[in-house]
Design a protein around this ligand. Structure first.
Ligand code: 6PG
Length: 246
């Protein structure tokens, strides 16, 4: 089965960041023009840092009205918001504060509270802000070397396609809970953009896009928006093991 989504291969991680930042802005402009606002779920990990730096830079040519953007999160570590591990802290320091984003535009997952409570509360936030069947304009995702995405890890229960919007799975490899959007929410998005760079992702990218379909082994394979667009941004190092790079 051909892997879903368009694959864009960039020369290196700097070009990857530029492409993702440009796609973020283009998607935002389209959403604001069409619906008056842009609802985005930010990804975690380190890949977004270079994208944030580009988005937060004084890009004179960007006609993006940041006050029309609402920032949500695809997943969060179960840590306080000032913890270096916090995905919210990464976004706050690299993007939200530099852009002067008002706190009313930011909806963070509360990693500091009991995980199941944090998941339940965030699902309530999604329903309140986006309705009973939340639809993001853009869900940004990364991919781990094991084929995980958001906090959908091999062997965790978020792969069950029930009516949950947010879950708090126990992640054995890290011996910790995480908070994550479920595939139900991710695949309802208008657009999903996956960014993966570096040789460390090459084996997983090959298995995910050219190997056997089994989301219990490679959870990111479950990402396939029902009506939306899926686009993969990778660099040549990450694409190094692909038989068919495009
Ligand atoms: C997290 C992320 C996770 C991340 C991948 C890639 O909280 O860690 O949501 O899914 O996107 O692990 O991480 P890097 O960008 O650091 O390689």
């Amino acid at each position: 089965m051909a892997a879903p989504g368009k694959l864009v291969v960039l020369a290196d991680e700097a070009a990857l960041a530029r492409a993702v930042a440009a796609y973020f802005i283009a998607t935002a402009l389209d959403a604001i023009a069409a619906r008056g606002r842009f609802d985005v779920a930010l990804s975690g990990g380190s890949t977004p840092k270079a994208v944030y730096a580009l988005l937060a830079a004084p890009l004179a040519e960007t006609a993006l009205t940041w006050s029309r953007v609402r920032f949500f999160f695809g997943d969060e570590r179960c840590v306080p918001p000032d913890d270096p591990e916090s995905n919210y802290k990464t976004a706050r320091d690299g993007l939200l504060e530099p852009l002067g984003i008002d706190a009313t535009q930011v909806f963070r997952m509360h990693g500091e509270v009991e995980p199941a409570v944090a998941a339940r509360d965030y699902a309530a936030v999604l329903r309140a802000e986006l309705g009973p069947a939340p639809v993001f304009d853009l869900v940004m995702l990364g991919m781990g070397p094991d084929g995980h995405t958001a906090s959908l890890f091999p062997g965790t229960d978020p792969l069950t396609d029930d009516d949950a919007l947010v879950r708090a799975p126990w992640v054995e490899k890290f011996s910790t809970y995480r908070i994550t959007l479920t595939p139900r929410v991710i695949n309802a998005a208008r657009t999903v953009a996956i960014a993966a760079g570096g040789a460390a992702k090459a084996a997983a990218l090959h298995e995910v896009r050219e190997g056997t379909y089994d989301p219990t082994v490679h959870p990111i394979q479950i990402v396939n928006p029902h009506d939306g667009e899926l686009i993969w941004f990778v660099d040549e190092a990450a694409a190094g093991a692909l038989s068919h790079p495009v």
